[in-house]
Design a protein around this ligand. Structure first.
Ligand code: BES
Ligand code: MN
Ligand code: MN
Length: 462
């Protein structure tokens, strides 16, 4: 029986080349120009699961992009691991800020990744991390090392809110029945500081539209006498935080769980260099809610951010105009006890109430989802912890993340199972940004670590 390290050494080039092929397909779910590519990626994922040893692989049609389901059931008395991942990627824009084309993957060395990193959109989020699971499965099935049952569910709409998956899961509870859900779609602290993500933030995403006069006006003839929607919108947005960077929406913090002093002290033990943080972002100082540390601000505290704002004249030169309309896209990151629908409602009511009579306001909710916390006293977490210990030689640190995978809370609600988040990316991998990359070392370390999760989970399950 070949061990995993040897297997990786013998197959490394192929593992990289297969991922590179997958990364060449621009599966941007947000942009309909790429519809055919998203479908093609789904087919590629299907083929890869068949080759990796699944007995049954299906392309499950949905109202949107298909969900690829695969399984290998070896014994009904053994536990079942359900792997979730996504094959869609974020848009590559702004493309001119990429050093190499986003869908022509190349491997380059970086300071943090001296063994090289694969540069391409989706390399880390999530094709690279999802594909680690496919290759780990290939190892387990081809060497007789699969200790339990496995199911795969890979979707194509994560980056746009997982609507089709939310439709699919309640309709396929039996098919998806499992003992633990395993996801690699998060990160870890550093290559020498393994961590397991124990929390995800929820999300409420809204779009606002402020309308003033019925048409764009000459800013000399009308300026000063009618409301300028852009002035008003920016003022309204500015009022959503107070001088302590506390969010001013009434009721917003009602269900926010305050961590105990002990828990905060525990969190503060995670290694963190303030200087390195500032330096990596080329900022002179950080910014955020008073009385909380940087790590608390981006994990256990809720936030409100403008993601985009537009209106009026933004072309070349100057045009004197008062626009009829102004717009903004606003996201709120939520912590586990906050209900995203309730928060969306609170936002809508408040935003409408603070608008002066001279404008009208429309708030349109986009998508959202609940936050999630994984308890660390269950066998899933313990198995993951032991797996990292086996391959990193260190006990991983539990760490709450600021990002969101809204479907995870739905998994718990519908499938009644816990999700274990074994992420192998780094914050500096630039997911969603130009020059996204994924360390070759991280990719292979993921493939090496995953089979140990199966082994320990099966042992602890008995
Ligand atoms: N994989 C990310 C989420 C993530 C990344 C969590 C790193 C923790 C650490 C996921 O693909 C993502 O981008 N989620 C979106 C939400 C979604 C509804 C668009 C997010 O967090 O903005
Ligand atoms: Mn992702
Ligand atoms: Mn993402």
């Amino acid at each position: 029986m070949q061990d995993i390290k040897t297997y990786i050494k013998n197959n490394k080039e192929r593992f990289l080349n297969e991922l590179i092929e997958l990364l060449k397909i621009p599966s941007v779910s947000a942009d309909t120009a790429f519809t055919q590519d998203v479908f093609n990626t789904a087919d590629a994922v299907k083929t890869s699961l068949e080759k990796a040893g699944c007995d049954k692989v299906e392309v499950c049609e949905t109202p949107g992009y298909p969900i690829i389901y695969g399984e290998k059931i070896i014994d009904k008395n053994l536990p079942t691991v359900l792997v979730y991942g996504h094959y869609d990627v974020q848009p590559a824009d702004p493309i001119n800020l990429w050093d190499s084309p986003p869908f022509e993957p190349i491997i380059k060395k970086t300071e943090i990744h001296p063994e090289g990193a694969i540069f391409a959109r989706g390399s880390c989020d999530d094709k690279g991390q999802m594909y680690m699971h496919v290759k780990a499965l290939e190892y387990m099935t081809s060497t007789g090392n699969l200790p339990c049952n496995v199911k795969f569910m890979i979707e194509g709409e994560e980056e746009v809110g997982s609507e089709s998956l939310a439709w699919f899961v309640p309709r396929n509870k039996e098919k998806l029945a499992n003992d633990v859900i395993l996801i690699s779609d998060t990160g870890m602290i550093a290559n020498d500081i393994p961590s397991i993500t124990t929390g995800l933030r929820g999300l409420s995403y809204v779009e606002v539209e402020v309308t003033g006069p019925n048409r764009d006006l000459h800013s000399g003839l009308y300026g000063g006498a009618v409301a300028n929607p852009i002035n008003i919108l920016t003022k309204m947005i500015a009022s959503l935080h107070d001088e302590n960077n506390h969010i001013t929406i009434p009721g917003f913090y009602d269900n926010v769980e305050e961590l105990s002093t002990e828990e905060r002290a525990e969190m503060a033990k995670a290694p963190f260099s303030f200087e390195a943080y500032k330096n990596s972002l080329k900022i002179k100082d950080v910014y955020g809610e008073k009385s909380y540390t940087t790590n608390e601000r981006n994990s256990i505290r809720p936030t409100l951010d403008v993601n985009g704002i537009w209106g009026g004249y933004t072309g070349e030169g100057a045009k004197t105009v008062i626009a009829s309309k102004a717009y903004a896209k606003i996201s709120m990151r939520l912590v586990p006890n906050q209900d995203w629908k309730e928060i969306t409602e609170l936002f809508k009511n408040h935003f409408e109430s603070i608008a002066p009579k001279s404008v009208s306001v429309k708030v349109t909710p986009h998508h959202g989802g609940q936050g999630y916390v994984t308890p660390i006293d269950n066998i899933g977490y313990k198995a993951a912890s032991k797996a990292y210990e086996a391959t990193f030689g260190k006990t991983p640190i539990p760490q709450r993340s600021g990002g969101s995978i809204p479907i995870v809370a739905l998994f718990e609600q519908e499938l009644k199972s816990k999700t274990i988040l074994m992420g192998f990316g780094l914050d500096s991998d630039a997911i969603h940004s130009p020059n996204e990359h994924f360390g070759v070392w991280n990719y292979l370390k993921g493939i090496e670590t995953i089979p140990y999760f199966y082994k320990y989970f099966t042992e602890l399950y008995r």
